[in-house]
Design a binder for this molecule. Structure first.
Ligand SMILES: NC(=O)c1ccc[n+]([C@@H]2O[C@H](COP(=O)([O-])OP(=O)(O)OC[C@H]3O[C@@H](n4cnc5c(N)ncnc54)[C@H](O)[C@@H]3O)[C@@H](O)[C@H]2O)c1
Length: 249
């Protein structure tokens, strides 16, 4: 079997649940050494026990120092850094009037500023390995949803930051994004709380796609593995939709 990420060192944020966890498992199966990032110590330590050659480091991704520590942990333990897969994200629900100024900042810091922080510390090491960064954005970068102004703005900003870094760090570093549609993770159930009937809202989100189902975290992990691997060596500055066709409806 060809191990696409053999001997690669990868940081995966948001690794303790949903898409980040599926991505971490698929990178591991492809042969990678992993630095797993997340807030939940119990879930993170359990995952690290199951995944050989992985280290879990708990912390808040909206703190610059924690991002620096993630990069240092990769270098100290594996001697290099090849890939950063950014998945941590929150919703920050509420329209502009209802959302507090604090929650606006927390959402932007978690979803967008954190990408600036980890990239800032990772890029000098990615330059050495000709590595890459993959950002989990969202179709919310292009499409608005009721009561999601902070989320949508942060995702549009993530795609813009991705393109900027692709320009600034070519040809050595590739930077791409994936833009998932509705995927069955804890986050979509939180998002559904903005609707009167959350279960129906989640069900309808799946039905609204051309392919008539919610995405699975593993669907996203397949695309992530392709984009960070050598198979995608001529792809940079791209935000790739993976949405069951919902943007085409
Ligand atoms: N589920 C969807 O339908 C959907 C669609 C498009 C994009 N996304 C994006 O995919 C990414 C992964 O989300 P998911 O759907 O797998 O949901 P999820 O809630 O399972 O995963 C999000 C992860 O981010 C972590 N996280 C949040 N805030 C953090 C912080 N301050 N510090 C450290 N970790 C933090 C959480 O602990 C969690 O592990 C997110 O960026 C989300 O915006 C989700």
């Amino acid at each position: 079997m060809h191990l696409k990420l053999k001997d690669k060192t990868c940081i995966v944020t948001g690794a303790t649940s949903g898409m980040g966890k599926a991505i971490a498992i698929s990178f591991h199966k492809a042969g990678a050494n992993l630095i797993l990032s997340g807030r939940n110590e119990e879930r993170g330590n359990l995952l690290a026990q199951k995944i050989e050659n992985s280290i879990f480091l708990a912390g808040d991704i909206s703190e610059p120092k924690y991002n620096k520590r993630l990069v240092e942990t990769a270098i100290e333990n594996f001697g290099k850094l090849d890939i950063v897969s950014v998945n941590a994200g929150i919703l920050g629900l509420g329209n502009v009037i209802d959302l507090s100024v604090d929650d606006w900042h927390i959402t932007l810091n978690t979803n967008l500023s954190s990408i600036f922080y980890i990239s800032k510390y990772a890029i000098p090491f990615l330059e050495k390995t000709k590595g890459n960064i993959l950002i989990n954005a969202s179709i919310a970068a292009y499409k608005s949803f009721p009561n999601h102004p902070a989320y949508c703005a942060s995702k549009a900003g993530s795609v813009s930051l991705m393109k900027q870094m692709a320009v600034d760090y070519a040809p050595n570093i590739r930077v791409n994004a994936i833009c998932p549609g509705p995927v069955d993770t804890p986050l979509i159930w939180d998002s559904a709380k903005a609707f009167k009937n959350p279960e129906l809202a989640v069900e309808n989100a799946g039905k609204a796609t051309l392919l008539k189902r919610l995405g699975k975290p593993e669907d996203i992990a397949s695309l992530a593995l392709f984009l960070v691997s050598e198979d995608a060596s001529w792809i940079t500055g791209t935000a790739m939709n993976i949405d069951g066709g919902i943007l085409n409806t």
